[in-house]
Ligand binder design. Sequence first.
Ligand SMILES: Cc1ncc(COP(=O)(O)O)c(C=O)c1O
Length: 502
Amino acid sequence: MISNGRVPVTAFNPPTFKGGKEGEIGAEGGERMAALSGQGTPKLTSAVGNLYYDSILPYREDANTQTREFLARVVDVLLDYVQQVNDRNEKILEFKMPEEMMKVLDLELHEEPLPLRQLLEDCKMTLKNQVKTGHPHFFNQLSCGLDIISLAGEWLTAAANTNMFTYEIAPVFILMENVVLQKMRSMIGWKTGDSILAPGGSVSNLYAFLAARHHKFPQYKEKGLTSIPGHLVMFTSDQCHYSVKSCASVCGLGTDYCVCVPSDERGKMIPTELERLVRYHKDRGNVPFFVNATSGTTVLGAFDPLTEIADICQKYDMWMHVDGILLSCNAMSAEYLFMTDKIYDPRYDTGDKCVLVLSFLGVAWCIVTNTVARCREVPGKSGGTSGFERLMDRLMELSEYMVRRIREQPDKFHLLLEPEMVNVSFWYLPRQLRGIPHDKHKELKLGKGKMMQAGTIMVGYQPDDRHPNYFRNIISSAAVTEKDVDFLLAEMDRLGQDIIVD
Ligand SMILES: Cc1ncc(COP(=O)(O)O)c(C=O)c1O
């Protein structure tokens, strides 16, 4: 009996049956029981499956039961998926070419609505053809792993369906964000400050660029380009994320004025090169104003030398931004939202901070967060800050384990460099290329080897400006164990040893 709306999603009011004696389960009842048993693929009873969107809430006030049944079956599909994601016997993906994928999915936008039954089938089909990024053998991206508590948080957030611009529209979330960001600022040693979460790293980098320009030329907001005496120049290492360069293109500098500073053999920006390039541009009348340093580059996981870069920024009065951690930004004061005569403290209306000023910072440090996508990495309630620390230690431990296992099999694998983070970059050596000394010539051949799409493991690969294609493995999922690392290396060898390279 549903009394308070807090019953588990699979517990439902028994159906009211028409016909038959009391206690007997009719055809529809049997169907419903099967649907509720939690066994087999989730199915809707025909009474609900044949309904359309306008026969449930909010269109039909009396359709609580039908709405619950539909949502509960969708949740069952999601729970089945969570189970599959964590099953090491399941494949990570059933790879299909786009043409083939188009055939198995019905992506047509129909004129007429579809019944709930079809929507449920579409949910199943979508997840069936999805890459299981939370699978313990998925090592492709930093954003891998399926954290169950975060998943619950995402579902809750979607149900709340609110915006984050004012306290009155999202009181709990606004306070929550404040507490989380205060904690993050304190973790990097700031006692004061202000921040908001940004929808990912690329936008955070753009915010930082805008904050830097506003800090140096506050009149830009009203006067635009005429307030800048010369051509702005920004600097970043040649290993930076591509979103940094896109700031120069979308904000009117032109990519020629996003100067790539050479990095050393470990992928770290070379500070003397930075200073040389800053001077070069100053001598030509340009205006160096912004340096992007990276803490954990995308491919090699390298950490730029922040202290040396900070000294150069201070010397030449440039904004220093670190791509990798926390955020900032400048009020546009949309009056219809951000009135100051609210009954509560309007500082809680954080939507106005989308693009804010950190003028209290002097020479200005802006540390930007790569959040929302990685919100689970923010110190949260479920694991506490100590849980977060333990997770990071564990991921580092597993990365070290992987490096050790690669070193123990020098005939099969060649490490590109000693990792600083959870990125492990290496080559796999097919049989044909074993026992030959490692040099540039061999690297070229390795870079041509075919990568595998068997669906049992997934690891990213790419070339960089110094090396041809190599694997970049990321361990950032709590699901991974030493056994999975061993499986990964053994599976690579199983799939790849016969590769022929010309
Ligand atoms: C160092 C760095 N900066 C920025 C980004 C972009 O982040 P997002 O994909 O969240 O926009 C990434 C993504 O991997 C990254 O590694």
